[in-house]
Design a binder for this molecule. Sequence first.
Ligand code: NAP
Length: 299
Amino acid sequence: MSNENASPVTVIGLGLMGRALAGAFLKAGHPTTVWNRTSVKADQLVAAGAHLAPTLADALQASPLTIICVTDYQAVYKLLDANEPSLRGTTLINLTSGDSAQAREAAGWAEQHGAHYLDGAIMAIPSTIGTPDAVILHSGPHSDFHAHKATLEALGTVEHLGPDHGLASLYDTAGLTMMWSVLNAWLHGTALLRTAGIDAATFAPFAQQIATGVAEWLPGYATQIDNDSFPAEVSTLETDAHTMTHLIEESEAAGINTELPRLIKAMADRAIAAGHGSDQYPVLIKEFTKPSHNRQGQR
Ligand code: NAP
C-alpha cells in the first residue's frame, strides 16, 4: 500500500533484478512507476499496486528518481537516447552492471542531458533485495545520494563510496575477483580430496573454516600494503613457495588440473626473483599492481 509521505520512484527494466527492486519499493510504500520493453513482466507488480507507464518518457516523468537496471550499458543508452528530453532535472540511478569507464562515461552523458546521475552496483541476489543483506553501492555526487537515501533504503543496505562515478563498479569488480578466486580455490581443493574418495560436502565445512581464518588476516595484511613494509611476522614468501611446490606436485600426482597452483607459484617466484623472498606474503601486491603481458609481450 502506498504511503503519502514516501517519495515516488520509477523503475525501468523488469528482469529478475528490476522486479525485485520495484517490489521492494512497493513494499516500503513508495508510489512506484514501472516500465519494461516486454510489458507483461510488469503484471505481478501492477497487481501489487505499481503503475505501468504507457511509455518510457512517461515513466521518466512520473517520479523525481528513476532507477534503471537492464542487462548492460548498451541497453541503457538504447532506451534513454530516444528519451533524452525527459531526463532533464530528474535523478537517474543506474544499477546496471558494468565497468568503471562505462560508469564515468554514462555520468558525462547524463550530465549533458541535464540529469543528476549516480552509478550503482548491486552486491546481492534478487531474493535478498529489501533486506539488510542486500548491499547496494553508489557513487557520484554526495548531495544526489543524500537527497534520495531514504528512498533507496527500501532496497537494503545502501552505501555511498564517493564522488567518482566509477567507484561502485570498481568495488563490484574487486568483489568479483574475491568471489571467483575463493570459489576456484575451493573447487581445486575439492577436486584434490575427491581423488581420495572425500566428497565435496565433507570438505565444505573445513574449507569454510579456512576461508574465515584467512579473512581474518586481511586487515593486518592491508596495513603492510598501505605502509609498503612487509616484515615476515608469520612466514616468509620463500617458505610459502615450498608449500606451493607441494600443491603442484600433489595435484600432478592426483591427476587433476594444475593451472591454479602453477599461477600461484609463478607469481611468488617472480616476487622472490625480485628480492622479496624474506618478506611476508602480501608483498605480492607488487606483482598484482603491474600490467600483465601475454606471450607476444602485449598487454
Ligand atoms: P534479466 O533478468 O536478464 O533482465 C534483463 C533486463 O534488461 C530486462 O528488463 C530486459 O528487458 C532488459 N533489456 C535487455 N536488453 C534490452 C534492450 N536492448 N532494450 C531494452 N531492454 C533490454 O537480468 P537481471 O538479472 O534483471 O539483471 C539486470 C542487471 O542487474 C544486470 O546488469 C545484472 O548484471 C545486474 N545484477 C543482477 C543480479 C542478479 O542476481 N540477477 C545481481 C547483481 C547485479 P526484456 O524483459 O524486455 O527482455
